[in-house]
Design a protein around this ligand. Structure first.
Ligand code: C2O
Ligand code: CU
Ligand code: CU
Length: 510
């Protein structure tokens, strides 16, 4: 069936993939909807008593209006869509009471946190319908931007898509970095998502063939649940906490006037010093805090700039899809500066001292091969070259995504890691699309990509790293504090449909 949107979209295929021109299908969505003020998730700093900061989180069903005049059935946490921004303090203990009222199993994972595996909220901490889960842990993270989301086995994609996600801000009172901190005023959460709607406003999920391969990519960009959002700023500097909470889409961000901005933090905290950029690529689950400066009456738009196709020389229908992926330009978030702007600080020169984990400290190296199309059953490893590129193996229609040729099996431990050691993980990608690889239990550092050190804005702490087609990415990580012979942590591709379909593994720290 050729729907209207599909027809609009197909017009976009084959148009210029470079430059700043909006692709017709996304522009069509935006033009239909006038600009709306960016909604800001409420801030929940918890209730502090007896040395513990307590949070109540209810997973619930709701309705949210994304499109004018239409109501959409959604999931939310303490609300209709998404959840409150949780504010944790470093070195404080948090206790969360998570009540599942959505009528189906769920879970809530604290993405980027270093904590015991039983408190992690992964697939093994499933919360049955009408049950309550009470995790608690010490916040040992650096100040930064983290998030929480459903991680229920085989169904995280659908639940996050409907709204089970939120931001976490960790503050550190001992760290004195002069950056804007007025939440929602000059310190702005920017939760990037893309959605696809039916004519009645309902969320459409995985209803196209290519979704099975690429993961769910929508044709309508929503920021904090707002379509075509605008921020009016009364301050000269804005700190934007960018979180890619999309299911599958990678954003290649920049401003409509090509202005420079400064990245000050990556996934796990501040960079050493602000990194000037005009482009920033953010894959699913990655975070970046950026500082942007405005003049009175300034107008600018945060946009997605089309990326050149990742795999232009790879023949066949599969490659057609890959070429289309991320090759569109579109508007994300408009900014309008008032006639007079409050001076709210300067760009700091120094942010943090980052201890670089020495490669020589590693006592073990492991390899993880990210593949598509091989590994028909859990446990199979057909080996390199058996996947997409020669058309053999499970095939894309079946949506086979694997790590080292295996699909995630809940009762199979893939890796056992010796407690208190440092390891190097070698990540390779034998498939034609980029996979954002995420490791639970904290933060790692990127050693190199194909032998070259990462750019300055990837020299800080990371928990998710882009592994592009054909690349070898080496990361280094320490496994400290939580030893557990029984309860594993996850590592996986953070394209949620890949994760749900098996591109995930488990490790114990023993
Ligand atoms: Cu953001 Cu395993 O998760
Ligand atoms: Cu995680
Ligand atoms: Cu993937």
């Amino acid at each position: 069936m050729l729907t209207r949107r599909r027809a609009i979209k197909s017009l976009g295929v084959g148009l210029s993939v470079a430059g700043l021109g909006l692709s017709p299908w996304l522009r069509a969505q935006h033009n239909a909807i006038s600009q709306q003020p960016l909604s800001i998730p409420s801030l929940d700093s918890g209730t502090f008593s007896a040395g513990i900061n307590k949070f109540d989180l209810n997973l619930q069903r709701g309705k949210h209006s994304f499109l004018p005049g239409l109501s959409t059935e959604t999931l939310g946490i303490n609300g209709n869509y998404l959840g409150p921004t949780l504010r944790f303090k470093r070195n404080q203990k948090v206790a969360l009471q998570v009540s599942n009222k959505i009528g189906e199993p769920s879970s809530l994972h604290w993405h980027g946190f270093h904590l015991p595996p039983t408190e992690d909220g992964g697939p093994h901490q499933e919360i049955a319908a009408n049950q309550v889960w009470n995790p608690s842990f010490d916040v040992v993270q650096f100040a930064g931007t983290y998030w929480y989301h459903s991680h229920v086995m085989h169904n995280a994609g659908s639940q996050v898509y409907q709204g089970l996600a939120g931001m976490i801000i960790v503050e550190d009172e001992e760290q004195d970095v002069p950056l804007p901190t007025n939440y929602g005023v000059d310190d702005i959460p920017v939760i990037l998502q893309d959605r696809r709607f039916g004519d009645d406003g309902s969320l459409l999920y995985m209803n196209r063939y290519e979704d099975q391969v690429m993961g769910m990519q929508g044709d309508t960009i929503v920021v904090n649940g707002t379509v075509n959002p605008v921020i009016t700023t009364a301050t000269r500097l804005l700190r934007l906490r960018l979180l890619n909470a999309s299911n599958a889409r990678t954003y290649n961000l920049g401003f409509s006037d090509n202005r420079e901005f400064y990245q000050v933090a990556s996934d796990g905290g501040f960079l050493e010093s602000p990194v000037p950029l005009t482009r920033l690529t953010l894959a699913v689950a990655e975070r970046a805090e950026i500082l942007v400066e405005f003049d009175p009456f300034d107008e600018a738009t945060l946009i997605n700039i089309a990326l050149p196709p990742a795999f232009p020389d790879f023949p066949g229908a599969m490659s057609e899809m890959m070429r289309e992926l991320n090759t569109q330009a579109f508007d994300i978030l408009h900014f309008r500066a008032q006639s007079t702007l409050q001076d709210n600080g300067e760009l700091p020169t120094q942010l943090a001292d980052i201890y670089r984990l020495p490669e020589a400290a590693a006592t073990n190296t492991r390899s993880f091969r990210l593949g598509m199309g091989n590994g028909m059953r859990s446990g199979d490893d057909a080996g390199p070259g058996r996947g997409a590129r020669n058309g053999r193996g499970g095939g894309f229609g079946g949506g086979q995504f694997s790590i080292n040729g295996r699909l995630m099996a809940e009762n199979y431990i893939n890796e056992r890691i010796e407690f208190n050691t440092t390891e190097i993980w070698e990540l390779t990608n034998t498939s034609p699309m980029m996979h954002p690889f995420h490791v639970h239990n904290g933060q790692f550092q990127i050693l190199d990509r194909d032998g070259s050190p990462p750019p300055d804005n990837e020299m800080g702490w990371k928990d998710t790293v882009q592994v592009r087609p054909g690349q070898l990415v080496r990361i280094v990580m320490r496994f400290t504090d939580f030893r557990d012979e029984e309860n594993p942590y996850m590592y996986h591709c953070h394209i949620l449909e890949h994760e749900d379909r098996g591109m995930m593994g488990q490790f114990l720290v023993v």
